[in-house]
Design a protein around this ligand. Structure first.
Ligand code: ZN
Length: 134
């Protein structure tokens, strides 16, 4: 079950300059960076009233973020809904005819379990379901 918006993810080419922009120009609270090898990204996290903004920089050219940057040059990459049970969410979405990119949860940032739905199933928006650890 969807409980909240967990984060909005934005693809960037240069994480360092993007971090200083969001922190120093927008004045958002910077929570730190983390590499997520399974998704081949480095993530910088900010918080706005409990919703995280995640800046994603590709770790290598094979990263899906690299392909996104090539095509679109950066911008909003996905919206993540916080769910209580990622595996159950996948099953529910599949039962409702939503095409999932992940048939089981993958490891995300901060020990979370995540799964992506195909943008074609959801009006062109890449949607992530994110189950926090603990
Ligand atoms: Zn995400």
């Amino acid at each position: 079950m969807i409980q909240k918006i967990d984060h909005i993810a934005i693809a960037v080419k240069d994480l360092e300059s993007a971090v200083s922009h969001y922190r120093d120009v927008l004045g958002l609270t910077f929570l730190g960076t983390e590499e997520v090898p399974d998704q081949r990204v480095k993530v910088a996290m900010f918080s706005v009233d409990g919703v995280h903004i995640e800046l994603l920089e590709p770790l290598n050219p094979e990263s899906p973020i690299s392909q996104f940057l090539e095509k679109k040059g950066g911008g909003i990459h996905h919206i993540a809904f916080g769910v209580d049970d990622a595996a159950a969410q996948i099953k529910e979405m599949e039962q409702k005819g939503v095409r999932m990119l992940n048939s089981e949860p993958r490891p995300g940032a901060h020990g979370s379990r995540i799964a992506f739905a195909h943008p074609k199933s959801l009006g062109g928006v890449l949607v992530e379901f994110c189950q926090k650890s603990g």
